[in-house]
Structures are given as C-alpha cells and as structure tokens.
Design a protein around this ligand. Structure first.
Ligand SMILES: *[C@@H]1O[C@H](CO)[C@@H](O)[C@H](O)[C@H]1NC(C)=O
Ligand SMILES: *[C@@H]1O[C@H](CO)[C@@H](O)[C@H](O)[C@H]1NC(C)=O
Length: 809
C-alpha cells in the first residue's frame, strides 16, 4: 500500500455507500437521519444529528459499513449548514472500528490520543489524516463534547481496498535494545490493536501493516515525538528460548492463493541487526484444520555490504490457505521488521492501477529523491506492483555514478598529492597533523595557510579551523552564543550582551504552575524543550497579545527550560538568549511570550505552531495538479511556495537589520500556522528527527554543514552573508518540496571536501541542482546566494525585493 496515494473518497458524498450501509445510534428527526450524513450534500435537514442534546458522557455514533475490508487513511467532517439555516457541528470526535462487525476497537493516534479535532463552523469540511491508518470494514464516528450541546455531522471517508486480506497477525512482543553508548530503542508494536498477553501479541494488526516502512537507521523515525526504534518491531535472538527463530501467524479474511510475502526488514549489521537467514511457512486451508505437513522454505542471501533496510520477497508458490505460520530464523543478534505484506489471488487490480504506474514513471526519473520522505512513496525499490524496468534503470544509474566517483577520486588524489608534496617541502611539521586528518587535509591547508590572513600553519589544527572565532577574519566582532538547550541561537554584536540583570528582560513573568506539560519536543546538553499548554496566557498577555485568536483560554506553547545541573556559564547564556529573544518583534520571527525566571528552573515560553515545521509540511505534499485534486492528495501550489520564500526573506531581513545572525536557517526551523504564515524559529537541532542534517566533529560541535557557507565551515565565520547562503539552500529545499536532503549523494565528508572546492573556486565545486519546479530566474537567485565572494551575494533586502513581485496579489 502506498499510503500517500491511498486517499480515495469511499463514496459517502457520491452515494456509492448506500443509505442502508449508514446507520446511527439515534436520530433527532426523520429528516436528520444517518442517510443525510453525506459530506457536501444538503438533503433532508442537511446532516445526521443524534437525538437530544449531547452530554459529555453520552456515546452517540454514526456507523458506516464499507462493504469490504478497507485501508482507511482520512476522515473528513462537516456540520449542518442547511443553506445557512443550520449551525450545529461536532468540535471533536473519536473513532471505533470493527473488522467483523462484532468486536469493536477504539482508534488512537500514534501518541495514544483517541480524540480528533472536528469542525469550527457548520460549513467548512475538516480533514483528519489517520496516523496510524485503520484496516477495517465497519467504522463509527463518535462526536465528543465538553459541554452539553447539539451536534450534527456530515462525513466522508477516504482510503483504498485492503487487498492483502490480512485480518490479524500474532507475534512475540517487541523488545528493548539497550546498548551502552546509544539511546535505548524500544522495538515494540505500539499501534497493535489486539491482545497483549504472556509476552505475545495476538488477534490484531499494528505497525507491520500501517504502510510506514522504517529507515535504514532504526534509531531514526518517520514520526514526530516518538522514541528511537518506533518504526520497527524487533527481537533479540537469545530472548526467545534457544530456538533461534521468531514465529508469526497470519490470519486472512478468506482462503487465498499466495504468490509471495514481502517483509520489510532492517539490515544495520554494524549494530547487530540483519534480515532473517531463512524462513519456513506452513499453511492451513481452513480456520479449523491441521497445518499442512509440507512447509515452504526459503533461504535469503545475506548481505554484509549494504546496510540499507529492504523488502525481502519470499515466494509462496501459489499455495492455498486461510492462515499461515512462518518461522523467521535469526542471522544475527537482532531481527527487525517494519512492514509485512502478502500478494495473493489472481492479482486483483483496482482502478487506481494506471494512476499508480504513472506516478512510478514520474518518480523513477529521480530515483534518489525519496530518501527522507515521511511515507513510503512509490519508488522502485519498495513497490510491489511494478515491473523491473525502474530497478534496472536504477542499477545502471548507480553503476555510472560509482564510476564517475571513482574517476573523480583518482583525479582528486593525484592533485592532492601534488599539493601535499609542496606543503611537506615547505613545512615538515605539517605532516603529522595531516596524517591524522587524512580526509580534511587539503582544505585545512588552504583555508588556514593559503591566501587569507596567513596564520602560522603549524598552529592550525582541524579544531581551530572549525571552532576558532577567527577574530582576524571577522568583519564585526561577533560573540558566539550557543543555545544552551542544544540549539544554536542567534549571534549578536558583542556590546549588547554584557552585564545582564532582570530588568534587561522585557518579557513578563508567567506563573509556572499554569504551564501544563504535554510532551517533550527535544533536549540539549543543559536543557529541554517541552510542548506545554499555557492556561490563561491570552488573558495574561492582554491587549495586543501576539497570539492568534482562538476559542479556548489555554494555548500551546514551546517551553525551553534550563536543567538544574546547568553550569553558571550555561545559565548566563540562557539569560542572554532570553534578552535577545525579547527584543525580536516581527511577524515572521517566533515570539518570546513570557518567561519564568524568578525561581529555578529558568524557562522561556515561545509561540508554538500546531502545523509543525515547513520541512514536515512540504515533505508530505505534492505540487498541486489535477491529479492531486482528483485524489485528495495534500498539495501546495507554486504561488504558496513563493509566498513562503518571501516570508522567510522578510523575517531574515528583519534579523539582518538588527545585525543578528541566525546561523541555522533551514526549513526545519521555519514553523507554520494554518494560514501558511511562516515564523522562523530555532529548535531544529534539539530534535533527533533531524540529526542527520547535522555534522558532529569528534563529538563536540554539531553543525548543519549542508546549509553552511564555505567560510562558516572553514573559518568559523558566521555573518549575515552566511545566513544568505543558508537562505539559498532553504529556497532549494522549498522548491524540491523537502523530498531530499541537500547534496544527498554526498557523504558528510564529501560535503566538507566540496566546501574546499567552493573556497578554491576552480570550477570543481558541486552546486545543488535547479529543482524542476523552480523558475530559472529563481535558481539564478539561489546561485547568487552561493557566490564565493561575499560582496557578490545578495542582501536579504535585495532578496525580498526580488522575490516579492513573483507572488501574485
Ligand atoms: C512501547 O514503548 C514505548 C517506549 O518505551 C512506551 O512508551 C509505549 O507505551 C510502549 N507501547 C506499548 C503498546 O507497549
Ligand atoms: C545469537 O547470535 C549470536 C551472534 O550471532 C550467536 O553467537 C548466538 O549463538 C545466537 N544465539 C542463538 C540462541 O541463536
């Protein structure tokens, strides 16, 4: 299942779901019966309304029978509008579902919350993506209210047929991986909807059928706010007795002829994880029958070279069965699966087949684009329904690329050795420094010794190259301000930050007990960032509060908090950070709302946007087209993208006017509200979701090297001009819809080498390519942001002026 394409309306609005299939616990009048619960329709009195006032403790439901097992991905709701005579709607609702019509289960999102936000008025429809999606035939929508009120609903359901036919799997519970020196990975099946008894899962479906495949590194996850290992279900070989295998049982809706089983498995052998060495499956033709004697066995080809997670396809020789029992044998200490699917029958093709292959054709032209997309996109490697051509093309492209890289390396080496030869002749002591840092040798030499201010080359170690504040290069005296919560903050002119006291902090003191903890957003060395509900904050801030208008009196905020064990230096920095933040006031910069500094722990409270960050937002969307409209795929238009770019340039223009340097501009640090207003923030580095965007030097500094100007990497020099460079990269991200990390084909070391090429400027540097969506004039602008010489780069004012005319209105 390609979750991002399984978003077809299932027929409430257009009537494919018949009146008989829609029932309810009650109805107010005949004219507000369940058959009127159809999205965008106005028959009867315009919606389904349960009888009487809905009390907070009431359970009233609208029930839909989808007629077959369905992979449900989205629910859309609307209130009763009745050509403007109605005004009833459900502000919140939850879902129950049943695969067999008898046993009902409650849906919860990935964070365990069962209640979804509903409508805010009677006419607009509100779409909720189901994370996780539901495999079901029957579904109940249950309006939820905090006050006694009348509710009415119209509904559409979205998804696609569940052709796998799997109705439950049974497995040993997932385990904890606790290696010294790494975060604990919890490899449990956290969305499993069956029973969990005596260390076994039975009678349900969960993460192995949620359409989300895990990443190569099992510690990284595709979800926000979850724990390392979330996407995988995993077991250790010595924990299941001495048998050396994991046994799973799969039950299907009816007897099927199985052609194959695909198991998406991690293969990070450096951490003791491998795909299974072999598997043996037994078949049962009917529910009540014996397992057939002859199993199907399959040995995999183990792979010690490529650590990528992959689909392993197990042929099942068209054996007929209603249930299957498979033993997966360990090849290493750990075995981890993120998804299992079954192919059976005569390949029931559903109507969206042509649409899918069209999509695949588009995506094969950029095979490498999907590395960081949140959901399984149709790329060649994980699509079960596509012929082998894309795979072949992919292999050929890879081989050609490898050859190019090898040739490049050979040429590079020859050049490199000549340079080194020269250095050695002039300066024998340099040799030992070089030897220890093979990879970085060339640019260290040139950046430290060549051309610029001629510092003594023997004094130049890699750390100095990275970390020195390089005073003799700096245009203005910059004080480095490392955010103590782990995030790299703004740098400010030196004069403004000394001798700090409470009266310098203009933000008001908020009563700490009114901050209600919701979840942890991230943490750094000395602090943590929490998502909190701030009770009474709108009243507290009063007139002119920067908060958007809301219904409730509490709002979600991000709270940065200093840990008790923080050093006094960190404490000082934290106060500086507060002071700087409290002076920023721009519609496109995240706002400091209030602080708690009268007692420990010190806190600062900033705005939080429920729509998340721009990276997440764009990576889940496609560019608007008739296809996305027809299939309800979330989309953005080119003018939305331009509008976002203008807003970021505007916020940066403001920072630049105050001589503030951001140092970490990127889409992950731009937050987004419902009206697509962008606010530049800084929490990227504290979230492990984005850890691959940062480069760690010998465990010390953490740098976003793919966004950094050459002079920031080589000379430690951060200025507004290096922010302009990062802005160019941010634009590039926006116009690739964040489907790819910048320079995704280069390793971190190669990115740093490429930086040396930027410095040398002999035409061998690799630039980011022009995204297909991006107008040529805009790509020219990006290229100017990446000019080697600072005067050649545009200013933010110039960028803003250049971008603004592109936006219509
Ligand atoms: C899975 O593990 C996580 C992290 O340890 C825990 O918070 C969660 O409750 C577990 N879920 C289930 C269903 O066991
Ligand atoms: C588990 O894996 C380790 C390493 O491959 C191996 O030495 C050990 O014998 C295995 N244990 C079992 C019970 O298979």
């Amino acid at each position: 299942i390609f979750i991002s394409h399984c978003r077809y309306a299932l027929g409430m609005e257009d009537g494919r779901i018949t009146d008989d299939d829609i029932t309810a616990s009650s109805q107010w009048y005949k004219t507000t019966g369940p058959q009127y619960a159809r999205l965008n329709r106005e028959e009867g009195d315009g919606a389904w309304c349960p009888a009487g006032q809905l009390e907070p403790s009431d359970v009233q439901y609208l029930q839909v029978d989808l007629g077959r097992l369905t992979f449900l991905t989205i629910v859309g709701t609307q209130g009763r509008y009745a050509r403007s005579s109605g005004n009833e709607f459900a502000r919140a609702y939850r879902l129950n579902y049943s695969r067999d019509g008898l046993l009902w289960k409650s849906w919860r999102n990935r964070l365990g919350n069962p209640v979804m936000e509903g409508n805010k008025n009677a006419y607009a429809s509100v779409i909720n993506d189901l994370h996780p999606p539901i495999v079901t035939r029957h579904i109940r929508l249950i309006p939820v209210t905090k006050l006694s009120t009348t509710v009415c609903m119209r509904v559409e359901l979205y998804g696609c047929p569940w052709d796998d036919g799997l109705i439950s799997y049974t497995a040993p519970e997932g385990q904890l991986m606790m290696p010294p020196g790494y975060p604990i990975a919890s490899l449990n099946d956290s969305t499993y909807d069956g029973a969990h008894e005596r260390r076994r899962l039975s009678g349900g479906l969960g993460q192995l059928t949620d359409g989300v495949i895990g990443l190569d590194d099992f510690l990284l996850t595709r979800q926000y706010h979850v724990w390392p290992g979330y996407d995988y279900l995993g077991w250790r070989n010595d924990s299941l007795g001495t048998q050396g295998f994991v046994e799973m049982e799969f039950v299907f809706d009816r007897q099927r002829n199985f052609t194959s089983m695909k198991v998406h498995s991690n293969n990070m052998f450096s951490r003791g994880v491998k795909i299974f060495s072999s598997v043996s499956c037994q078949f049962k033709p009917r529910l009540i029958a014996n397992w057939e004697a002859e199993p199907v066995a399959f040995k995999t080809v183990l792979d010690d070279r490529n650590p990528s997670a992959r689909y392993v396809t197990v042929p099942l020789h068209r054996r007929a069965a209603k249930s299957l029992r498979c033993r997966f044998y360990f090849a290493d200490i750990w075995m981890m699966f993120s998804e299992i699917s079954f192919q059976s029958g005569n390949g029931i093709k559903h109507d969206n087949q042509t649409f899918l292959s069209e999509q695949v054709n588009i995506t094969t032209s950029c095979l490498f684009v999907h590395q960081r997309t949140p959901y399984s996109n149709p790329s060649a490697s994980d699509s079960p329904d596509v012929s082998n051509t894309p795979v072949l093309i992919g292999c050929l492209v890879t081989i050609i690329l490898l050859l190019v890289i090898i040739i490049f390396l050979i040429l590079w080496c020859q050049y490199d050795c000549k340079v080194l030869e020269k250095v050695k002749r002039h300066n024998p002591t340099f040799n030992s420094v070089v030897a220890r840092h093979q990879l970085f040798r060339c640019f260290y030499f040139e950046a430290c010794g060549g051309g610029y201010a001629e510092p003594d080359i023997t004094q130049c170690t890699p750390h100095q190259c990275f970390h020195s504040n390089a005073p003799h290069y700096a245009e203005t005296d910059i004080v480095r301000l490392q955010g103590v919560t782990g995030s790299n903050m703004y740098a400010v002119p030196a004069l403004t930050v000394d001798s700090l006291t409470r009266k310098d902090i203009s933000a008001a003191e908020f009563p700490r007990q009114q901050l209600i903890f919701r979840e942890k957003l991230g943490e750094g060395q000395f602090g943590e960032v929490h998502l909190c509900e701030a009770e009474g904050l709108p009243e507290f801030l009063g007139e002119g509060s920067p908060l958007p208008d809301r219904d409730g009196h509490s709002v979600l905020v991000a709270v940065k908090q200093l840990r008790a064990d923080a050093t006094s230096q960190a404490r000082n920095d934290f106060l500086k950070e507060i002071k700087i933040m409290s002076r920023l006031n721009d519609p496109n910069i995240i706002r400091l709302l209030c602080v708690c500094v009268s007692s420990d722990p010190l806190c600062m409270v900033t705005e939080y946007m429920e729509n998340g960050d721009l990276n997440m937002f764009l990576s889940q969307r496609e560019i608007e087209s008739t296809l996305t409209h027809a299939n309800n795929i979330p989309s953005v238009s080119l003018s939305d993208l331009l509008h976002m770019s203008v807003q970021i340039s505007s916020g940066m223009k403001y920072l630049a006017s105050l001589n503030f340097v951001h140092r970490d501009l990127a889409t992950r640090n731009c937050l987004l509200d419902r009206r697509l207003t962008i606010k530049i923030a800084d929490f990227g580095m504290s979230r492990n979701l984005y850890s691959s965007d940062y480069y760690r030097i010998q465990g010390r500094a953490v740098l976003p090297i793919r966004w950094m100007a050459w002079e920031s990497i080589l000379l430690g020099k951060f200025t507004t001009a290096s922010d302009v460079w990062a802005f160019g990269v941010t634009l590039w991200e926006i116009f690739t819809l964040c489907k790819e990390q910048p320079y995704s084909l280069l390793s971190d070391e190669q990115v740093i080498e490429n930086t040396g090429e930027f410095f040398r400027n002999q035409g061998r540097q690799i630039f980011l390519y022009g995204p297909p969506l991006c107008p040529p004039s805009l790509f020219e602008l990006m290229m100017r942001c990446w000019s080697r010489d600072i005067p050649d780069r545009p200013t933010f004012e110039g960028l803003y002026q250049a971008l603004r005319p592109h936006v219509s209105q």
